[in-house]
Design a protein around this ligand. Structure first.
Ligand SMILES: [Mg+2]
Length: 118
């Protein structure tokens, strides 16, 4: 399984099955308030791997010259994503619809003076 051949619904189900195997929540469904809070903790763990990096370090990361740091970032990103998948499954949020909706909103928003280009 990879991004090219896996749907978000399949990933949501994989995370749900993990919760069931681990006995987390009620029938594999954890309180979405707790899940959202846990997601921010995992986001902080992700950010830790970027803390105090020099621009050269970031460049090395982007050019694939720091595979150890990339692996740690990937693992923390997976934690964030898994909570996101759990949250959206529990609340019935369709990720694709919401991302496309948000892209449309941003696309039609008037440009700000300092629009981020990177
Ligand atoms: Mg973590």
């Amino acid at each position: 399984m990879n991004d090219s051949n896996t749907t978000l619904s399949e990933l949501k189900e994989q995370v749900h099955q993990l919760c069931l195997r681990k006995g987390w929540g009620v029938e594999g469904v954890q309180n979405p308030q707790h899940v959202a809070m846990a997601m921010t903790v995992e986001m902080s763990e992700l950010l830790e791997h970027f803390q105090w990096l020099d621009p050269e370090d970031v460049t090395a990361l982007m050019e694939g010259r720091d595979p150890e740091r990339l692996a740690m970032i990937a693992e923390e990103f997976a934690d964030v994503m898994m909570y996101g998948l759990q949250l959206t499954r529990t609340l019935g949020i369709d990720i694709t619809q919401q991302v496309l909706r948000k892209i449309d909103i941003v696309d039609h928003r008037p440009p700000k003076r300092r629009e981020h280009k990177r």
